[in-house]
Design a binder for this molecule. Structure first.
Ligand SMILES: [Zn+2]
Length: 614
C-alpha cells in the first residue's frame, strides 16, 4: 500500500503513511542516527493484516496476541464502576496502568515481529495500532527522534477518543483530561520501545471542551512535577491505600509505605500480583515463602515485607544458607555454647537469637541439612531454640521469611526436605516471576537503574541506543534483575557523558549481549540491528561461552568495531558473516542441518544452499 518511492528510499514510506493514514503531514520523521535508512517496517498494511478473526475457535488475534471485542458502552460501564468504587484518582491510576501494559505489550510484539524495523518506523506503528484497536484517531503534529543523543519529542492530536465519549456520557464536560488509558498506552508503548521512561501528558482534552485532545510525549526527566504522572503508574499507591475494607486491608492501609518499597519497580501484571500479596501478608505474623529463580529480587522483597511489618524497628537478620559449609550452618543459625567443639572458646548467639523480636530472612533454605531443618521446625513450632552444645532451650520470637529457587515439593518427594517444615513454611508462598516473563517492566527498570547509577557514578548520559534496547527487550536474562542491573551499571561506567549507552559499552565489559547485535530475520536475511527469537534461544548463556564464541569469530569483531565507529569500513563480507553463523549453528547442533536451520530461523534448504556455496 505504501511502496518506497524511487529516489527517495526509506523515509518516504513514513511520510506517505502519515499523510494517508494519520491525516495532515506537519513535520518529518527524523532519525538522524539511522544509517541504514528508514525501513518503513511494519507498514500500515502489514499491521492491518496482522489482525485475524477466528470465530470458529472464538478468538481474535492482533500481532500474535489474543484480543477481544468489547462494546464501548461496556467499557464505559466498567470505567464508571471503577470511579465510583475507587474514587477518581485511583480509577485513573488503574486505567493508566492497564493502558501502559497494553502499549508495552504492543511495542514488544512489534519489535519482535519486525526486528529489521528502525526506531522511527517501529515507533510509528504505535499510533497505527492504537487506531486499529479502536481507541482514538491519531493525527501527528510533530515527531522527532534522535537516538544518538537520546532526543525524543512527540505531539499528537487525538480525535474521536472512545474514552472521552464514555466519560462525557457519564459525567459531562469537566476541568480534567479523561484519556487515561490512552495516555497509559502511549507512555507504555514509547517507553518500551525506547527503553527509557517516556511520559505523555494530555494538555487539552475533548472532555474539557477542547475540539480535540492534544498530547505531548517527552522523556520523563524533561517534565516538571513528574511525580504527578508517576503516581498514576505506581501500583504501590493503589495497593497501599485501597479503599476495600477487609480487616487485613485496613491494616495495610494504616501502614506507611516504606521508602525502600520504591525500589520494587514494576507495572506488569505478574509483578503487581506479587506486590499485592506482599502488601497483604506484610503486617501479619505469617511465615512467608518466597520462590523464584536467582536474581529476581527475593531479598529485596523480604526487606520490604519486614519494613512494612510491625517488626520494622528491629533490623532484619539475613542468612544465605547455601554460602556456609554444612558443619557451620547450625552454629550460625542457633549459636554455640563454649566448648561445644574445638575452637568454640566462647559462647555466642546465633541468627535466631539476634533476630529476636524481629525478622529472620533465610535465603536458599532448600540447601539446609535435614538436621538443621528439624531444628528450624522446632523454632517455628515451639518458639524455642537450643545452641550447639547447649542443654537449655532459649525462647525466641522470630518471624521467618524463607526463600528458595528450588521446587520444595520435589525436594520433599526426593526425601531431601522435611514435609512438615515445608507445610509450615508454605503458609503464604509468593512466587516472583523471572524477568523474561515481565518484559513490560524492563524499560522501567532500565530507567530506574540508569538514574541510580548515573547518580552514583556522577554521569550524565543521554539514554540507550536502539540496538541496546532491542537486545535487552528480547534477551533471556538468565540472571534476571540482578543481571540487568549489572549490565546497566557497566554501561553507565563505560559510556561517556552526553553519549547513549550502546551494546558495545557492555561488550567491552564482557557482557553476553553481543550475539544479540547480529541475527537473521525470519526469512533468513541478515539483520544487523536485531535478532530473531530463534537465534537468541541458541545464544550462549554464560559469559565464558560468549567470549569464546567471539574470540573464534573474527567476523563478529569486525562487525563490532564497525558498529562502534572504530572502523569506517566493515572489514568482512556479509556472506562471510552468514557462513560463520551457519557453521556456528552446525557446531552447536552436532552437524544436524535441520536443528541448525531452526536455530537460525532459516529453512533446511537455505542452510544446505549456503553449505554448498561455502
Ligand atoms: Zn482526551
Amino acid at each position: 500500500m505504501t511502496p518506497t518511492t524511487p529516489g527517495k528510499p526509506g523515509r518516504a514510506v513514513d511520510e506517505e503513511f502519515f499523510k494517508q493514514v494519520l491525516g495532515r503531514q506537519k513535520s518529518l520523521i527524523v532519525d538522524r542516527t539511522n544509517q541504514f535508512g528508514s525501513t518503513g517496517l511494519p507498514s500500515a498494511e502489514q499491521l492491518a493484516q496482522s489482525v485475524a478473526f477466528a470465530p470458529q475457535d472464538g478468538s481474535i488475534w492482533l500481532c500474535g496476541q489474543r484480543m477481544m471485542l468489547l462494546q464501548g458502552s461496556a467499557f464505559g460501564a466498567i470505567r464508571r464502576e471503577l470511579i465510583e468504587a475507587l474514587g477518581l484518582d485511583k480509577a485513573r491510576g488503574l486505567l493508566t496502568r492497564i493502558g501502559w501494559q497494553a502499549g508495552a505489550r504492543d511495542a514488544a510484539q512489534v519489535s519482535e515481529q519486525w526486528p529489521e524495523g528502525d526506531h522511527a518506523s517501529l515507533y510509528s506503528a504505535g499510533p497505527r495500532l492504537h487506531m486499529l484497536e479502536g481507541m482514538v484517531n491519531v493525527e501527528v503534529v510533530r515527531f522527532e527522534i534522535d537516538s544518538s543523543v537520546g532526543h525524543f519529542y512527540s505531539e499528537f492530536l487525538w480525535h474521536n477518543s472512545l474514552e472521552v465519549d464514555e466519560h462525557i456520557a457519564a459525567y459531562g464536560l469537566g476541568g480534567e483530561p479523561a484519556c487515561w488509558m490512552e495516555i497509559g498506552y502511549a507512555s507504555g508503548y514509547a517507553s518500551s520501545l525506547l527503553g527509557r521512561l517516556v511520559v505523555f501528558r494530555e494538555l487539552q482534552c475533548r472532555a474539557m471542551g477542547h475540539p480535540a485532545c492534544r498530547i505531548v510525549g517527552k522523556p520523563a526527566e524533561q517534565w516538571d512535577d513528574i511525580d504527578v504522572d508517576l503516581a498514576y503508574l505506581d501500583p504501590g499507591d493503589f495497593l497501599s491505600r485501597s479503599t476495600y475494607t477487609s480487616a487485613v486491608d485496613k491494616r495495610v492501609a494504616e501502614l506507611e509505605v516504606p521508602t525502600d518499597a520504591k525500589q520494587l519497580v514494576g507495572i506488569s501484571a505478574s509483578f503487581v500480583a506479587a506486590s499485592q500479596l506482599l502488601q497483604r501478608v506484610a503486617p501479619t505474623e505469617a511465615t512467608v515463602l518466597l520462590t523464584g529463580e536467582s536474581g529476581v529480587g527475593k531479598e529485596l522483597f523480604a526487606h520490604t515485607v519486614h519494613q512494612a511489618s510491625r517488626r520494622q524497628h528491629i533490623p532484619m537478620v539475613a542468612l544465605n544458607c547455601a554460602t556456609l559449609p554444612e558443619n557451620l550452618v547450625e552454629a550460625e543459625l542457633f549459636g554455640v555454647e563454649r566448648g561445644a567443639f574445638t575452637g568454640a572458646e566462647r559462647s555466642r548467639p546465633g541468627r535466631f537469637e539476634r533476630a529476636h523480636g524481629g525478622t529472620l530472612f533465610l535465603d536458599e533454605i532448600g540447601t539446609l541439612s535435614l538436621h538443621a531443618q528439624s531444628k528450624i521446625l522446632r523454632a517455628l513450632q515451639e518458639g524455642e531454640i537450643e545452641r550447639v552444645g547447649g542443654t537449655s532451650a532459649i525462647q525466641v520470637d522470630v518471624r521467618v521469611i524463607a526463600a528458595t529457587n528450588l521446587d520444595l515439593r520435589k525436594e520433599v518427594e526426593a526425601g531431601r526436605f522435611r514435609e512438615d517444615l515445608f507445610y509450615r513454611l508454605n503458609v503464604f508462598p509468593i512466587h516472583l516471576p523471572p524477568l523474561r516473563e515481565r518484559r513490560e517492566d524492563i524499560p522501567l527498570l532500565m530507567s530506574y537503574f540508569l538514574h541510580r547509577f548515573s547518580q552514583r557514578h556522577g554521569r550524565q548520559l543521554a539514554g540507550f541506543s536502539m540496538r541496546l534496547v532491542n537486545a535487552l527487550l528480547t534477551y533471556r536474562f538468565p540472571g534476571n534483575i540482578r543481571e540487568l542491573q549489572n549490565l546497566i551499571e557497566r554501561g553507565v561506567i563505560a559510556a561517556s557523558d552526553g553519549e547513549v549507552i550502546d551494546v558495545v559499552h557492555l561488550a567491552e565489559a564482557g557482557a553476553p549481549l553481543m550475539e544479540a547485535a547480529i541475527g537473521l530475520t525470519g526469512e533468513g536475511r541478515l539483520a544487523v540491528d536485531a535478532v530473531t527469537p530463534k537465534v537468541r534461544a541458541a545464544a550462549p548463556d554464560t559469559e565464558a561461552e560468549s567470549d569464546q564464541a567471539q574470540a573464534s569469530a573474527p567476523e563478529l569483531a569486525s562487525l563490532q568495531a564497525f558498529f562502534a565507529g572504530q572502523e569506517r569500513v566493515l572489514g568482512t563480507s556479509l556472506e562471510d558473516i552468514e557462513k560463520r553463523l551457519v557453521r556456528l549453528a552446525l557446531e552447536r547442533s552436532g552437524g544436524n542441518v535441520t536443528a541448525a536451520a531452526q536455530m537460525l530461523g532459516m529453512s533446511r534448504a537455505q542452510v544446505s544452499y549456503r553449505l554448498k556455496g561455502g
